[in-house]
Ligand binder design. Structure first.
Ligand SMILES: CC(C)(COP(=O)(O)OP(=O)(O)OC[C@H]1O[C@@H](n2cnc3c(N)ncnc32)[C@H](O)[C@@H]1OP(=O)(O)O)[C@@H](O)C(=O)NCCC(=O)NCCS
Length: 192
């Protein structure tokens, strides 16, 4: 499999591979957003501190090397300020990858998660030639995340039971998908 780029950008949102270099900005953004992150994200069930952050980056480095999960921090391309994170992860089906994201609470509602996910969906199809489908999963109650998938043109495929591992979980998840051909048509239509 070819390497995913270390940096990606659409001119408004930038993504750079997660590293210890972003520790301070990242922990500050996580602290500011902790109640939202704790509600929805598995890694935010553990108290955040420097040691835990460094362990996460170690896991992310291993996953990057093992070609199973590509984790990026997101930033404002204009001033490099820290926005949040987004990732692409492999799934049991080698033709499918998933996308995840979070945005710091003080910067939500401005389209940043949508932009980061659009960049990663294009990157999945551009850099991972086996991949035919990109998926976004979220809890049925995570309305902001649902809006991201819908804005990107993903199709709602199914609603499935999901173990309640985070406090806001309803026990039901939505699967949204887009295929390579659909994405090409969608991006061509956007640029016309
Ligand atoms: C979900 C999350 C990433 C969205 O980030 P964001 O940068 O605000 O997303 P965007 O601005 O690109 O899009 C948000 C959309 O959700 C909508 N939205 C936000 N809060 C909402 C709410 N409470 N009810 C309904 N819609 C809401 C926005 O209006 C927007 O959609 P629209 O432009 O079609 O109106 C952010 O809220 C977050 O980090 N949440 C905590 C972590 C998380 O849940 N991650 C996803 C796990 S699947």
């Amino acid at each position: 499999m070819p390497l995913m780029p270390l940096r990606l950008s659409d001119g408004v949102v930038g993504l750079r591979r997660c590293s210890l270099g972003d520790r301070d900005a990242s922990i500050a953004a996580m602290e500011e957003s902790w109640s939202q992150l704790h509600d929805w994200l598995l890694w935010a069930q553990h108290e955040m501190d420097v040691a835990y952050f460094d362990d996460l980056i170690k896991d992310y480095d291993e996953a990057w090397a093992n070609v199973t999960d590509w984790r990026y921090f997101t930033f404002d391309a204009a001033d490099e300020s820290f926005l949040g994170a987004a990732n692409i992860y492999t799934m049991s089906d080698p033709e499918m990858v998933g996308i995840g994201y979070w945005v710091r609470s003080s910067r939500t509602g401005r389209g940043y998660a949508t932009r980061a996910s659009r960049i990663l969906t294009s990157a999945a199809f551009d850099y991972l030639p086996l991949v035919q489908t990109v998926e976004i999963q979220m809890d049925v109650g995570n309305v902001a995340s649902v809006a991201v998938a819908r804005r990107l043109g993903f199709r709602l495929v199914s609603e499935i039971p999901k173990e309640r591992l985070v406090p806001a979980s309803s026990g039901r998840a939505l699967l949204w998908r887009i295929d390579r051909d659909e994405w090409r048509d969608h991006t061509t239509a956007r640029s016309n």
